[in-house]
Ligand binder design. Structure first.
Ligand code: PGA
Length: 262
């Protein structure tokens, strides 16, 4: 019962947890082309019938939103972007507005992925502004947080995540209740190293407590970092893990669907 003071609290949380619908989101990152996507999306469309009780979506590179929408419409699988501008519109070359994502019927957008934070210098406050811009356009931001290996080794995991979450939680209970949080330890992304279910649960529990204190305890918290069909079920068995954000394994339809079905 990692993160719980007693068995009663653990059981109570498990009961509340079962009221949150599981969510599995694929993050294609900078992969794909029209031929590859068309096969992958057809595979997802075909296999989704075997997945029940789980919201499923893919976050694709911007140029493929149109294709993704055309091939997934009516399938029950959602789609979205991997980043969004904090600005509504204007002279911001290279940026994509939340209203543009909404124009392509995106329901989801990743904000603050660790690759954006580290390669593009995205700050905690910028990430919160992007989340607010998405919400204003009616899109659910998936706010990514997570510590580096160095921070983990220094025992700073909780402090780092609290710092990353602070400006997001400051958006207020009404906004926070509408978002999704993804905990992705940077050392587990694309490395094949996964946090153990207990390790992940311990951090998810801490995030849950912060969300509860912000008046939004029912927000779904996804785990990300080398999630595969073979480890998804044990992660999902944890009371505060509500689904997964999946990178590499989301590029293979059968693997991604086996995570959603876990
Ligand atoms: P991974 O990536 O599943 O390939 O580790 C996860 C992510 O970066 O969202």
């Amino acid at each position: 019962m990692p993160g719980y003071s007693n068995f009663f609290e653990f059981i109570q949380t498990c009961m509340v947890n079962s009221s949150r619908k599981r969510l599995v989101i694929g993050n294609w990152k900078m992969h794909g082309d029209t031929a590859f996507n068309s096969e992958l999306l057809a595979g997802l469309r075909q296999g989704i019938a075997d997945v029940s009780n789980c919201d499923v979506a893919v976050c694709v590179p911007f140029p493929y939103l149109y294709q993704t929408r055309s091939l997934l419409e009516g399938s029950g699988i959602g789609w979205g972007g991997q980043d969004v501008s904090r600005h509504e519109k204007g002279a911001y070359t290279g940026e994509t507005a939340a209203s543009m994502l909404a124009d392509f019927a995106c329901r989801w957008v990743l904000v603050g992925h660790s690759e954006r934070r580290s390669y593009h210098g995205e700050t905690d406050s910028l990430v919160a502004q992007k989340a607010a811009a998405a919400l204003a356009a009616g899109i659910t931001p998936v706010v990514c947080v997570g510590e580096t290996q160095q921070q983990q080794e220094a025992g700073e995991t909780h402090a780092v995540i609290e710092r990353q979450l602070a400006p997001v939680l400051a958006l207020g209970a009404e906004s926070v209740a509408k978002l999704v949080v993804a905990y992705e330890p940077v050392w587990a992304i694309g490395t094949g190293l996964t946090a153990t279910p207990e390790q992940a649960q311990e951090v998810h529990r801490m995030i849950r407590e912060r969300l509860q204190a912000a008046g939004a305890g029912q927000v779904r918290i996804l785990y990300g970092g080398s999630v595969k069909g073979s480890n998804a079920a044990s992660l999902f068995a944890m009371p505060d893990i509500d689904g997964a954000l999946v990178g590499g394994a989301s590029l293979v339809a059968s693997e991604f669907l086996s995570i959603a079905a876990a």
